[in-house]
Design a protein around this ligand. Structure first.
Ligand code: ZN
Ligand code: ZN
Length: 243
C-alpha cells in the first residue's frame, strides 16, 4: 500500500523504479569476471597450470562441492550488503534474492534434477540481538520464495569470536570458523531432516571461504545430504574487502 502511494526509489541512483534497484544499476554491478576457479568460484588470471583450481584451492580441504558468487566488492555492492547487515535495510533482501536467483540460473551444477533445499549461514546471537534478523537468512528466504524451494536452518552459531576474526591468520581463521558453528540438536538427533539432498548454502559475502567450508563440513554429515553448493552475493578478495 505504501509503495503504491510512494513509488520506490533505486537504492543506488535514487531514481524512481519498480523495485529496490533499477535495471541500469544492476547492469553496472561488477560481475565476477571469467575465468573462475571451478571449485571456489574466485576469478583466476590467464595462464595458470591448472585452470580448474586456483592455488588456494589446490592446498585447502574440499568440504563443499562448488562455490559461486554473483559480484565483486565495489562501492555499490558494499553499500547493498552493508545496508542489509547493519542498517536494518531488510527491504533489500528481495532484490538480493533475485540477484542470487539469476546466479543460480547461470550455475549448471544447480540446474541438474534433484531435490534442493536452501540453508543460510547462521548469525551470532549477539548479531541477532542487535539487528533482529540474520541477513543471510533474509536473502535465503527471498531466494527460496523465487525458486519455490524449502529453506531450512539446521546450523547454529556457537561463538561470538567474529569481531576478532579479522586479525587472525588464514589457518587460525579456519580453526576459528570450525569452532564457531554446530548442528542444531533437532537435526543432530535426527528428529528433523533436511528437505533435500542437494543443499545450497547461502551467505552475503564469501571472503576466505573458511565459513563456507566449516558449514559445509557439518552439512555433509547430515543424513541424506549428497551435495553442498555455496552461493553468495559478493566475492571479497582478501581481508581489506571485509564488510
Ligand atoms: Zn538505479
Ligand atoms: Zn579456488
Amino acid at each position: 500500500m505504501l509503495r503504491w502511494i510512494y513509488p520506490s526509489l533505486c537504492e543506488l541512483c535514487h531514481e524512481p523504479c519498480e523495485g529496490e534497484l533499477c535495471e541500469a544499476c544492476i547492469a553496472k554491478l561488477p560481475a565476477v569476471p571469467l575465468p573462475i576457479c571451478l571449485y571456489c568460484g574466485s576469478p583466476v588470471v590467464g595462464s595458470q597450470e591448472d585452470p580448474m583450481r586456483c592455488p588456494q584451492c589446490r592446498a585447502a580441504s574440499h568440504d563443499y562441492d562448488f562455490a559461486r558468487s554473483a559480484y565483486l566488492m565495489n562501492d555499490s555492492t558494499r553499500h547493498l550488503v552493508h545496508s542489509l547487515k547493519y542498517r536494518h535495510a531488510n527491504y533489500l533482501a528481495p532484490i538480493m534474492g533475485e540477484l542470487l536467483n539469476r546466479l543460480w540460473e547461470d550455475t549448471p551444477q544447480l540446474m541438474q534434477p534433484g531435490r534442493y533445499c536452501i540453508v543460510p549461514v547462521p548469525a551470532a546471537r549477539a548479531h541477532l540481538f542487535a539487528r533482529g534478523y540474520n541477513q543471510a537468512e533474509e536473502i535465503a528466504r527471498a531466494l527460496g520464495k523465487l525458486r519455490k524451494l524449502p529453506v531450512a536452518c539446521p546450523l547454529k552459531r556457537i561463538s561470538t569470536a567474529e569481531e576478532s576474526q579479522t586479525r587472525l591468520s588464514a589457518g587460525e581463521r579456519r580453526l576459528n570458523a570450525m569452532r564457531s558453528y554446530a548442528v542444531r540438536s533437532a537435526y543432530a538427533s535426527g528428529k528433523r531432516v533436511l528437505p533435500g539432498e542437494n543443499v545450497v548454502l547461502v551467505d552475503d559475502v564469501y571472503t576466505t571461504g573458511s565459513t563456507a567450508r566449516a558449514c559445509a563440513k557439518l552439512l555433509r554429515k547430515l543424513p541424506g545430504v549428497r551435495r553442498v553448493g555455496v552461493l553468495t552475493l559478493i566475492r571479497a578478495r582478501g581481508r581489506r574487502e571485509r564488510i
